[in-house]
Ligand binder design. Sequence first.
Ligand code: FMN
Length: 756
Amino acid sequence: MHAETTLNTIYRPVLIPKEQYAARQGSHSLTNEYSHALILDLFATQYKELIKVRTPRERLSDQQLDDLYTQWISEKNADLEGCWVYYPWSNRLLHILDQDEFIELRTARNRHKITLQEQNKLSQCKIGIIGLSVGHAIAMTLATERAAGSLRLADLDTLELSNLNRIKTGIHNTGLNKSVITAREIAEIDPYLDIECFTEGITTDNLHDFLTRNGKLNLLIDECDDFEIKLRCRDAARPLGIPVVMETSDRGLLDVERFDREPKRSILHGLLDDIPQERLQNISPADRVGLVMRISDVAKVSPRGRASLLEVGQSISTWPQLASAVTLGGGVVADVSRRILLGQFTDSGRYYVDLEQIVSNSSRTHDINVNSNITTNEFDVGRAINAVYSLPEIPVAVYLPKDHIESIVEAGSHAPSFGNTQPWKWIYCNGRLHLFHGNSRSLPFFEFKDIVTHFALGAAFQNVVIKSAELGYHASAQIFPANHAPDLIATIEFSPLAENRDEPSLAPLIPLRATDRTAGMPYKLTDTDLDFLRHAAPGVNARIDFIQEPASINVIAQIVGACDLLAMLHEQGHTDFFENTINWRSGTDEQIENGIELVRVARDPVHAMALSILKDKKIAGILQDIDGGNLLAGQIARTIAASACIAAISVSPDGNPFDAGRIVQNLWLRANKLGLSAEILYSPVILFERMESGDGLNAIEKDKIQRLSTLFKSIIKRPAGSGPVFLLRIHKSSTIATKTNRLALDKILFVVNDEI
Ligand SMILES: Cc1cc2nc3c(=O)[nH]c(=O)nc-3n(C[C@H](O)[C@H](O)[C@H](O)COP(=O)(O)O)c2cc1C
């Protein structure tokens, strides 16, 4: 590490005026004074090269150049020609050409890509660069090309070894301020360039100085990683008419904001215009991620970039950048800056200099566009009616009026279903209500042994029972499989009910019940609460355990987070979830009846952002390869851990998910009655069931699931041979969850008898 000395902060070379040197000639020579330094006299070589570039037609030989130089210097004292420059940080004394001649020679090979007039014009220009990681490459390119006469550099950061993956400098510079390093390296290329460093970085106090002191900047280049500074420097540059350029080293993203030509232009292309000023003035950490996503237009970030975004703070400590991208960015920004300063480029805009797209194989691979038009398998009503007619005829106790049929079926349709698939179709025929499995979306991964469907149909049936009781009927079901119609799940018969034994009168809560995926507030269930909840399973052979100890809840939360992630990264699980569960359409123009909108699936804005990144299968693939995605798993686990209890429902070994659905629905309504919210945690159930057969899982997945299952069993103990364990999380919510939309009644209910 560098010792704390002023030498660490020096970045200007000492230009020794000729007059001063001339006065000291003889008794006190300059070379004596700098005897401790490494002295390099480059003057003669540079002068000879100057002769050569000034006489391009002559094609002078080395001998001719020597002769011409000797002739020119013969009457002069060589030491008094040109300029002596001392570099304190490297202890070197150099003898070089005078400023004008030096610039003429150093830029000679820019001709005529940059004309002499243009070069002179650029020499008058001042450019400010904030952030000297990516800014280092830009500053070096600008200085090398001499696309400006003055550079103002701001960064408070010091160089670390891990920066050397993209900053081309020496390890001896680690520990030094990045703007100082850049300034020194520029001075070593061209000591006549005017450089000023702001080693404290940009602050509210020095921002105006940075933009205006010693002459207003002609261009500001923003390469800082501080979001607030990004906003502030634009807010300050706009009224001063200073254009802003920013390069993001991912897909060559370049932003140009011409505040010099468009004084009223919204900052950052208006991407934050709808966000109230107060929120931008006081940005919370949670908001910051969302805002960064928004300005970087996250959907257009490269797949590797997006995958990395989810890994920051998990498997990597910061956003990755490559030397190739940073070097390219340096070139792009220097080119664009020069053309802006010369008036050759006048537009504002966002551009991609995307090498992977420009230089790629001829057979292009296209980004996966997740299909938001969720498709469903059509239900064949005619065939279903025929199946109903072929059932044996039995006397009917009571015929229901049409409005009762409709309200009972509507109650049924308010049940939860995985991904809001609503897998139910109802046919009311000759006094009986037939429940079919129909019209559901294809979910090959999440639907295993019909668990998802039968669970949802059980929940729907439970609503039918509760609603019928409210209307004065007892509803009983005959559960099939019916060989002639495998999609006929149950036939429900009604009889008059002497009294409504549905004590807690849950019916009014049916249309209000909704999945609440938010984090809960601290809440302790009383024994009376638990007793009330426990009565959710009368008459059904099942067991409910309430896990209340925070440590155990936490373990289950971790298991669910890990299972959710595993399912989402699984090739088919990804399709099921991102293409056939989340409905990416949102808005008011169209009634969304299918799937779940992102805002409802997401537990909070960060979760929503993570899901929208992960919807690209390429990203899921990358995360699977690097065993990543733990941000998402952690986020899920954190909200689930904030629960009052987790109810573990297991039907008897010979029971089925239909019964589990009935209990969960009843339990959920009871929780609502107590003012509590709930959410089904399904991923462990499906993965543990799948693991038994190994169906569709690779060895790594099986191994992970095996470990999670063992952990699960250590918390929820069951006798060997028990059926699947369903989980309902119960929590005290600070918000009121709104319900996901349902299919219209005429799409799910078909009344075919003539009696009504
Ligand atoms: C078998 C089954 C599994 C479910 N799994 C989950 C789950 O893992 N995560 C989740 O957030 N919601 C899950 N749900 C809830 C559904 O997404 C939700 O019920 C559906 O979108 C309808 O919304 P609502 O409950 O607000 O009416 C599940 C529902 C069922 C029936």
